[in-house]
Ligand binder design. Structure first.
Ligand code: ZN
Length: 465
């Protein structure tokens, strides 16, 4: 049996992975709140834990791994999105608008993550289907003295759980000092967090012993993971931004409600994503969704490759240059393995790299080694373990590469001339031709960049003059 080492955030070291039950491995990963398109950063945990799912299936057997990733379909951001539609004149009841919004977003999410080659998890529970389990768990926490009802809310009593903060290695007092805690008159302590909150008539709500209301976000994951995976399971994953408070709160709720179990044994967190060296944000103008990239013609397989080239515990920097390099590598490899039968199993050096806390950069280096040595059957089988070079993801590589000839230089020269003459008509004319042929034109101080999009039409561009 391959020895898998995983870095456990909880113990802050790499550990040999020993499943609780080798016949039934269980992994839970926090999924999206479904109110909008997934941005590129949202895709990082998806690709990270998809890779772990593939590795565990390879080592233990495909039918022995259960991977649960939830959809948060009750959340104030969803309510706000639906309310905005109502205020824009949609006459349908809010409940229907919320339902429509979540269904639509789940459809987008599936399409986008499928495009990145991520396998669908074994189960994708929706929070709204587990409200009964959440109410039961909250009732249990009140009975055990870990929660209290006040003014239609139910709050978790953080000081009642002595290990609160152990995951992030901070004391409750440090956390209070560092966090923006909301002070409310019904809270016994500023750190206490919401398990249940009241809903007015305009908001989705369910009947409960504390009145009509809706669950807090944290209790959703505790109730769903318990229902589907039990008191104790192997791995809990998510982005590092969820470590505190979300994961601390999940642990507190689950361990207090089910002290007989151990909740999650191994905690894994992926680091964040940046774009061209800067934090992705709407105000910096470098915010984009997975769909934006796909529509610009960046293949999902290329996005996946770029993600895998950085270790999941390091911040990952998305750059256009990396995407170009990844595309060239994948094109080359696809050319090499065309028509080749994959080897019966991936190369040992690739499995070894992945088994070392998902050393994907090492695995990719090993793939380059296989390609260099001409072991094409090994390359195809090993790339398959990383979710690369599969038949279903390769359609893009069959399309000819966009040939933008001297267009970049022409546009740059026209712009330089226009800077002197102040006559931008030639620049505008060239830009219009390019945009008409499906090319995205980016002009900045640094220069001119042309990006052929999904609708790029070579013949149209060539016939334009
Ligand atoms: Zn969660």
């Amino acid at each position: 049996m391959t020895d898998i080492q995983l870095y456990n955030t909880r113990t802050r070291r790499k550990e040999r992975f020993e499943p609780l039950d080798p016949a039934n491995l269980r992994m839970y990963v926090c999924g999206p709140t479904v109110y909008d398109r997934a941005h590129l950063g949202n895709a990082r945990p998806v690709v990270t834990f998809d890779l772990l799912f593939r590795l565990l299936r390879h080592v233990y057997g495909a039918d022995r791994v259960t991977y649960v990733r939830n959809f948060t379909d009750v959340d104030d951001k969803i309510n706000a999105a639906a309310l905005a539609r109502k205020q824009a004149g949609d006459a349908r009841p809010l409940e229907e608008l919320i339902r429509e919004r979540t269904e639509e977003t789940i459809g987008w999410y599936h399409a986008d993550m499928d495009a990145l080659g991520a396998l669908r998890p074994s189960q994708e529970p929706r929070a709204t289907e587990f409200i009964g389990q959440m109410i039961a768990m909250i009732g249990d926490l009140i009975e055990k003295g870990h929660a209290y009802a006040a003014e239609g809310h139910v709050m978790f009593r953080v000081r009642s759980y002595k290990d609160y903060g152990a995951l992030s290695g901070r004391s409750v007092d440090d956390m209070i000092a560092g966090a923006r805690v909301e002070v409310a008159p019904f809270k016994e302590d500023p750190m206490d967090f919401v398990l249940w909150k009241p809903s007015d008539d305009d908001l989705p709500g369910w009947d409960s012993p504390w009145g009509r209301g809706r669950p807090g976000w944290h209790i959703e994951c505790s109730a769903m993971s318990h229902d589907l995976l039990g008191d104790s399971f192997d791995i809990h994953g998510g982005g590092i931004d969820l470590q505190f408070p979300h994961h601390e709160n999940e642990i507190a709720q689950s361990c207090c409600a089910h002290p007989e179990g151990g909740f999650a044994k191994v905690w894994m967190h992926n680091e964040m994503l940046q774009v061209e060296g800067r934090k992705m944000s709407k105000s910096l103008g470098n915010f984009f969704t997975v769909r934006d990239l796909l529509e610009q013609g960046v293949p999902g397989e290329v996005i996946r490759f770029v993600f895998l080239s950085t270790h999941y515990r390091k911040p990952m920097d998305w750059t256009a240059e990396k995407a170009r390099e990844a595309e060239a590598t994948l094109r080359k490899w696809r050319g090499l393995v065309a028509g080749i039968e994959p080897a019966p199993s991936p190369a040992p050096e690739v499995i070894d790299a992945l088994s070392d806390d998902l050393n994907t950069a090492g695995a990719i280096a090993a793939l380059h080694g296989l390609a260099g040595a001409g072991d094409l059957a090994g390359l195809k089988a090993s790339a398959g373990l990383l979710g690369l070079l599969g038949e279903d993801m390769g359609v893009w590589a069959e399309m000819p590469e966009a040939d933008l000839g001297g267009w970049t230089e022409r546009l740059a020269a026209a712009r330089a001339a226009a800077m002197d003459s102040k006559d931008f008509s030639e620049v505008d004319r060239l830009k219009a031709l390019l945009i008409d042929a499906g090319v995205e034109v980016r002009m900045s101080k640094a220069g001119v960049e042309l990006l052929p999009g999904a609708g790029f039409d070579q013949a149209r561009l060539e016939g334009s003059e």
